[in-house]
Design a protein around this ligand. Structure first.
Ligand SMILES: NC(=O)c1ccc[n+]([C@@H]2O[C@H](COP(=O)([O-])OP(=O)(O)OC[C@H]3O[C@@H](n4cnc5c(N)ncnc54)[C@H](OP(=O)(O)O)[C@@H]3O)[C@@H](O)[C@H]2O)c1
Length: 268
């Protein structure tokens, strides 16, 4: 199977590196196409993938094509791709807010998967939600899922509304976690801890809490109930967050990202 990644940026390279570990294809069958001469040169020097600067040379013979350019570059890319694609190929779009219909309108191909990845894919801990056009067969979808899973895990969703919704939860979600971490780091600094100690305190607190969560069936709410005793220190912090409607504000933020993803899809 020949896989082509279009766009050797953050996501494209992350997927290329992940997929090169897949048993479905060897490194030598993974092709990358980009328009940036500097990127092409440095990728060629590294020698890990077949790097192309012309779509004519790599697109027609590809079985699965990952599209990882910024959404605002998609229209000019689609124009260049149009005469080189065929109806047997599977297109996997990682672009936020670009709908299946938009891709179909531009490329006139039947088999498209729309996927929403997230940043931890860089360290093999990503989560990708995906959905597809009806012409993608079950077997083809399993192959795509295997490739997506090389960067972490994935969930199949029934329609694109859930792709936009997962943008609000997992796509943009790492930034919410970083926001929380930054807030705790700043609190630690204010309390007098050094940069290093603040980082150790915050990082291990997050890592430890996630590990506890993953190793049990208990909800975060139950963990809070376990650690927050009446009149104690943790309860004081939780009461402060509840008084300030922090939970509602976080949910509002997730909906803001969801709504923005829906809006972006309508403008394409
Ligand atoms: N980064 C994330 O966390 C994240 C999360 C979810 C979804 N996504 C989606 O992933 C996609 C890629 O994002 P990114 O952050 O990886 O972008 P990026 O780092 O800018 O990478 C895109 C690459 O594609 C190249 N490119 C532009 N036009 C091209 C064309 N016509 N043909 C081939 N290559 C072209 C760009 O070159 P130039 O630099 O020269 O323009 C760049 O090397 C986006 O659509 C985004 O919505 C990203």
């Amino acid at each position: 199977m020949k896989v082509l990644v279009i766009g050797a940026g953050n996501m494209g390279l992350t997927y290329a590196e992940g997929m090169s570990t897949s048993t479905l294809l060897s490194k030598h069958r993974l092709n990358i196409y980009d328009t940036d001469p500097k990127k092409i040169e440095s990728l060629r020097k590294e020698g890990n993938f077949n790097v192309y600067e012309s779509l004519e040379e790599c697109l027609p013979s590809s079985d699965i094509v990952f599209i990882a350019v910024k959404p605002y570059h998609c229209e000019s890319l689609f124009k260049d791709m149009k005469s080189l694609v065929n109806s047997q190929q599977i297109f996997v779009s990682l672009m936020a807010g670009v709908t299946l219909q938009t891709i179909q309108n531009h490329l006139n191909v039947p088999k498209i998967v729309r996927a929403m990845p997230n940043l931890p894919a860089k360290v093999g801990k990503g989560v990708t939600s995906y959905t597809e056009t009806e012409n993608v067969s079950k077997v083809e979808l399993i192959a795509v899922r295997n490739l997506l899973d090389t960067t972490g895990s994935s969930i199949h969703v029934d329609n694109e509304t859930f792709i936009d919704a997962s943008t609000g939860i997992s796509g943009s979600g790492p930034a919410y976690v970083f926001y929380f971490m930054q807030s705790m780091l700043e609190a630690a600094h204010k309390m007098g801890f050094s940069d290093y100690d603040s980082r150790v305190l915050v990082s291990n607190t997050f890592e430890g809490a996630i590990e506890l969560f993953n190793q049990s069936d208990i909800s975060p709410k139950s963990w809070i109930d376990k650690v927050a005793s009446k009149g104690g220190t943790t309860q004081a912090a939780i009461d402060s967050m509840e008084d300030n409607n922090v939970k509602e504000l976080i949910q509002e933020a997730a909906y803001a990202a969801f709504n923005r993803a829906t809006e972006l899809g309508k403008t394409k």
